[in-house]
Design a binder for this molecule. Structure first.
Ligand code: B12
Length: 229
């Protein structure tokens, strides 16, 4: 959590996380979804805090539990499905924040490369761009390069955001990114995700800091790949 988070927020984060753990242990998806959605609609948590301090750690801890054998695969799937419903259920709240944001006048397409099924993180990133005043097109998991190129041309996007969670996809990811850049001159191609959490050995103009891009959209979206390289 951010150092400036106040006590009420800290308490709301802890209470909601405890509640979600309890509801998931009881396999109670409706109860979990209701608790998370109400925490936002009743003003105890904002969406950024919910994603960063509650839902992301919940998923990471679930993954650790799965790896250590304490959480069954089906329980991990149930937790992921519950988080997805929470995120989708909060989209109207995302649009309310977006309505109050200064429009950036930029369009971004978000997709996972072929064989990458981890799209929940990217889905949250999509909401962050929406709330920052961008126009978003979220395509989700396992998207063929030809379809991304076709969509990006048709939608005339300024940037493509790619998410990778699995290390074993990184060699394929390099080829994928090069195909995207070749097919879409002038379109920014940005990457991020869990695959880069520890090892950040990647071209800096591709591996973006989301907070920096959202804070200075003009600086990031302006320069094109064509003039960069
Ligand atoms: C949920 C989950 C799944 C779900 C995915 C559901 C979905 N649709 O997303 C399912 C069940 C499908 C799944 C499948 C698999 N999984 Co899995 N999964 C997870 C788990 C538990 C959580 C992932 C997650 O949602 N995290 C929370 C999100 C919010 O975090 P995030 O993705 O990192 O995104 C955040 C940031 O990275 C960032 N971000 C994301 N994208 C981008 C992009 C940009 C540009 C920027 C700036 C930022 C950014 O923003 C997000 C919010 O902060 C992780 C455990 C973990 N430690 O993460 C394992 C994990 C990722 N999975 C793993 C594995 C091995 C698999 C499988 C191979 C298992 C199998 N044997 O079948 C398959 C892979 C299938 C495939 N081909 O892709 C491993 C990966 C190991 C590795 N390093 O290579 C992990 C780490 C589990 C583990 N501890 O071993 N998985």
């Amino acid at each position: 959590m951010e150092p400036h988070a106040d006590n009420a927020t800290t308490r709301a984060v802890r209470e909601l996380r405890d509640r979600l753990d309890e509801r998931l242990r009881a396999n109670d998806k409706p109860g979990a979804v209701r608790s998370a959605v109400e925490a936002v609609t009743e003003g105890r948590l904002d969406i950024v805090t919910l994603y960063r301090d509650v839902l992301t750690p919940l998923l990471v801890d679930t993954g650790a539990g799965w790896q250590s054998g304490q959480v069954a695969v089906w329980q991990e799937h149930l937790a992921s499905a519950t988080v997805r419903t929470i995120v989708e259920g909060l989209y109207p709240e995302v649009l309310k924040v977006r309505a109050g944001a200064t429009p950036v006048g930029r369009k971004v397409l978000l997709a996972c490369p072929p064989q990458e099924t981890h799209d929940l993180g990217l889905r949250m990133v999509s909401d962050r761009f929406d709330m920052g005043g961008w126009t978003t097109y979220f395509l989700g998991a396992d998207t063929p390069v030809s379809q991304i190129v076709e969509a990006a041309r048709g939608l005339d996007v300024d940037a493509i955001v790619v998410s990778s969670s699995t290390h074993f996809h990184r060699v394929a990811l390099r080829t994928f990114l090069e195909q995207l850049m070749e097919g879409l001159p002038g379109v920014r191609v940005w990457v991020g995700g869990a695959a880069f959490a520890r090892d950040r050995d990647w071209p800096a103009d591709e591996l973006i800091d989301l907070e920096q891009v959202l804070a200075h959209p003009e600086r990031w979206a302006e320069t094109t790949q064509a003039t960069d390289v």
